[in-house]
Design a protein around this ligand. Structure first.
Ligand code: G6P
Length: 606
C-alpha cells in the first residue's frame, strides 16, 4: 500500500527517487509524485497512473537532477480518487513543507476541521494532507520537532517522510504501524518503505521501530522516540538481498521470473535445513506446559499456505491446528491462552491484519511465531521465533515463489514438531533429500511451459473457471483460482470437490472449464466420480494428474501428468502448472501481469 522513498546526498536526487519508486511500484501504482530542489526552489511534480507517466513528464520538462533532499511516493488510493490533486507529496499552505505518507490517518476528519478553522487551506481529499498542515502549524525553526509534534496528534497507521524549504539537506521520517527502512551510505542516506528501493546503493540498513522518528542528513541519521523526543539506538544490519535479485533479468515479467526461481529457492531450503531464529522450538512442544493448540493466521495466498499447513501439522504431529484469515481472527474473540502458539504467515511481514492478529494473540498470552520472507520486517520483530522462507525478494503482485516456500517451511515446521513429539516419519537428512528431489521435479514441470501455454490459448476467452481438489489439494485449488482471478480478471472459484453437488454443479455447462487436482491418494476414486459428474453435464475438464495414472486421461479433455513426491509435497508440484496457467492466460489477454488493477502486494492498511 503506497511506496515512499527519500534521498539526501550529492547524487542525482531525481534519478535516485525515480529508481526507488520503480522498485516499490508493487506497493501501489495509481499515481506518483516527487518533491526535490531545483535551483534552490522546492518543486513538486505529480502524475496520475503508473510511474512511467511521471517519468515522461519529468523528461519532457527537463527538470534536471535536483540537489540535496528529495522525497517521492507511489500511491494506492485510500482517501480520495487517484488524481493529480490527491497524489503525494502534499504541501502546506505556504508551499514550504512537503510530506509523503503510507497508511491511514483515522482522525483525519476531526483534524482537517480543526485545521480549517485555524485558517489552513486544503488542496486535496486525502487524509495525508492534515499531516503537512500540522507540520506547518508546529514549525518553529526545527523540522524534526514540528514533525514530532504533528505525529502526536495523529491516530492510525503511518510512515511519513517530510522535507522543508528551510532545511534543504534534511528529511524527517516517522513511523507508527507502517514500515520504514533507512539505507546508510558515505555522505548520503536513503529512506524507503522497503529494501528493494535502496539495495542498488547500499546494503547497510537501519529498520525504524514503532514510534521512531529519524532525522536524516547526508552525514548520518539520528533516531528519536517520537513521544518523548529522547534519542534511541538502532542497530545497522546488512541486507542479504542484492541489487540483481530485484531486477527482471532475462524474463519479461517479475511473476515469470519468480515462478522460475522456485527450484533454486526450494533447493536452498533443502540444503540449509530447518533454521529457527529466536527462541528454540523444543521448549514449546515438550514437558507439562507444552503447547496444546496452534493457530495459523494469514491473509491472501499466505492463508492458503496456512490451510495446507494445518493438514500437514495435524497429520504429522497429532496437534490441533486452527486456521484463520487474520482480519476475521482479530474480531472473532478467539479462544487463545498460554498453551496456544499463534503463527503468522506472511511474505512481506507487513500485512496490517496479520500483524494486528498476532498482537492480539500476544495480549492473550499466546506464544508468537512467524513464517516470513522479509528479514527485518515488522512481523519478524514481533515474533519470538521466526522460520524464514528463502524465496528472495518477491516483486510480482501475485505471490508465487513465496507461496511454495511457505509450504516447504510449514512442512519443515511440522516435521520438527513431530520429531520433538516422537512422531516424525523421516529423519532430517531424509527430509532434505526429499526436498532436493522436489526442486528437480519443479524444474521438470517448468520445462513443459509450452504445454501450458497451449492450454491457456484454448481457454483464455472463458468468463469463468472452477478449480476442484480434496484434502490438501483444496487450498491448492483455492490458490489456482486466486492466481487466475488476480491477474487475468476471469471469475474463478476454488471448491472442495466433495462440495460440488451442493452448489457449483449448477454452473456446469460446455462453457465452464473445471480444473481438477487428481492425486492418486485415498480419495482418488471420489475425485474421478466428481469428474464424471462434470463430464455428464458437458463441462470442460482439465486434470492435473500424476504419472502412472491410466484412467484420468479417458475422462478429462486435457490431462497434464506431474511427477510424484510424498503426500504433502505433491501439493507443491500441483501448484506450479496453476501458476503458469494463470500467467499465460493473463499474458494472452493482454493484462498487466505484474501490476494487476486495484491490487497491491503489501497490504499495510486494514
Ligand atoms: C496481498 C498480496 C497477496 C498476498 C497477501 C498477503 O493481497 O497481493 O499476494 O498473499 O497480500 O500478504 P503477505 O505479505 O502477508 O503474505
Amino acid at each position: 500500500m503506497c511506496g515512499i522513498v527519500g534521498y539526501v546526498g550529492s547524487r542525482n536526487t531525481v534519478n535516485i527517487l525515480l529508481e526507488g519508486l520503480k522498485r516499490l511500484e508493487y506497493r501501489g501504482y495509481d499515481s506518483a509524485g516527487i518533491c526535490f530542489f531545483t535551483e534552490g526552489t522546492m518543486t513538486v511534480k505529480k502524475e496520475v497512473g503508473k510511474l512511467i507517466h511521471l517519468e515522461r513528464r519529468l523528461a519532457e520538462e527537463k527538470v534536471g537532477s535536483g540537489t540535496g533532499a528529495g522525497i517521492a511516493h507511489t500511491r494506492w488510493a485510500t482517501h480520495g480518487e487517484p488524481s493529480v490533486r490527491n497524489a503525494h507529496p502534499h504541501l502546506d499552505c505556504s508551499g514550504r513543507f512537503s510530506v509523503v505518507h503510507n497508511g491511514i490517518i483515522e482522525n483525519n476528519a476531526f483534524l482537517r476541521k480543526q485545521l480549517q478553522e485555524e485558517g489552513h487551506r486544503f488542496a486535496s481529499e486525502t487524509d495525508t494532507e492534515v499531516i503537512v498542515h500540522l507540520v506547518e502549524k508546529h514549525f518553529q525553526g526545527d523540522l524534526a520537532e514540528a514533525v514530532r509534534k504533528a505525529s502526536l496528534a495523529l491516530e492510525g497507521s503511518f510512515a511519513v517522510e517530510a522535507m522543508s524549504a528551510f532545511v534543504p539537506d534534511e528529511i524527517v521520517a516517522v513511523r507508527r504501524g507502517s514500515p520504514l527502512v533507512i539505507g546508510t551510505g558515505q555522505g548520503e542516506q536513503f529512506v524507503a518503505s522497503d529494501i528493494p528501493a535502496l539495495v542498488a546503493y547500499t546494503r547497510e540498513v537501519v529498520w525504524l521501530e514503532e514510534g521512531d522518528l529519524a532525522v536524516v542528513r547526508p552525514e548520518g541519521i539520528r533516531v528519536l522516540n517520537a513521544v518523548s523526543g529522547s534519542a534511541v539506538q538502532r542497530e545497522t544490519q546488512r541486507v542479504a538481498w542484492d541489487a540483481q535479485q530485484v531486477e527482471k533479468g532475462r524474463f519479461p515479467h517479475y511473476m515469470l521470473k519468480e515462478i522460475h526461481e522456485q527450484p533454486e529457492a526450494i533447493l536452498q531450503m533443502a540444503q540449509r535445513g530447518v533454521l529457527f531464529q529466536g527462541a528454540a522450538p523444543e521448549r514449546l512442544f515438550a514437558g507439562a506446559d507444552a503447547i496444546s493448540q496452534i493457530d495459523l493466521v494469514a491473509c491472501g495466498t499466505s492463508w492458503h499456505a496456512a490451510l495446507v499447513g494445518k493438514r500437514m501439522i495435524e497429520k504429522m504431529t497429532g496437534l490441533r491446528v486452527e486456521v484463520d484469515i487474520a482480519s476475521e481472527f482479530r474480531y472473532r474473540e478467539p479462544i487463545v491462552d498460554s498453551k496456544t502458539l499463534t503463527i503468522g504467515i506472511s511474505q512481506s511481514g507487513e500485512t496490517a491484519d496479520t500483524l494486528a492478529a498476532l498482537q492480539m494473540a500476544a495480549e492473550k498470552k499466546s506464544a508468537i511465531w512467524a513464517i516470513c520472507n522479509v528479514a527485518g520486517s515488522s512481523m519478524t520483530r514481533l515474533a519470538e521465533t521466526v522460520l524464514y522462507t528463502d524465496a528472495g525478494p518477491e516483486i510480482g503482485v501475485a505471490s508465487t515463489k513465496a507461496f511454495t516456500c511457505q509450504l516447504v517451511a510449514l512442512y519443515q515446521l511440522a516435521s520438527t514438531i513431530a520429531a520433538v513429539r516422537g512422531t516424525a516419519p523421516l529423519s532430517e537428512p531424509e527430509r532434505r533429500s526429499e526436498l532436493s528431489v522436489l526442486s528437480k521435479q519443479i524444474r521438470e514441470i517448468l520445462q513443459r511451459e509450452e504445454e501450458i501455454r497451449a492450454l491457456a490459448s484454448e481457454y483464455r476467452q472463458k468468463r469463468d473457471f472452477l478449480f476442484m481438489g480434496r484434502g490438501i489439494y483444496h487450498p491448492i485449488a483455492l490458490e489456482g483460482a486466486l492466481k487466475l482471478k488476480e491477474i487475468s480478471y476471469i471469475h474463478a472459484e476454488g471448491y472442495p470437490a466433495g462440495e460440488m453437488k451442493h452448489g457449483p454443479i449448477a454452473l456446469i455447462d460446455p462453457e465452464m472449464p473445471v480444473v481438477f487436482l487428481v492425486p492418486q491418494d485415498a480419495v482418488y476414486e471420489k475425485v474421478l466420480g466428481n469428474i464424471e459428474e462434470v463430464r455428464a453435464r458437458g463441462g470442460r475438464i482439465i486434470a492435473l494428474a500424476q504419472v502412472g495414472d491410466e484412467r484420468v486421461a479417458d475422462q478429462a479433455h486435457h490431462a497434464l501428468y506431474l511427477p510424484k513426491n510424498n503426500t504433502f509435497l505433491n501439493a507443491v508440484l500441483m501448484t506450479i502448472p496453476l501458476q503458469l496457467l494463470a500467467y499465460h492466460i493473463a499474458l494472452q489477454k493482454g493484462c498487466d501481469v505484474d501490476q494487476p488493477r486495484n491490487l497491491a502486494k503489501s497490504v499495510t492498511v486494514e
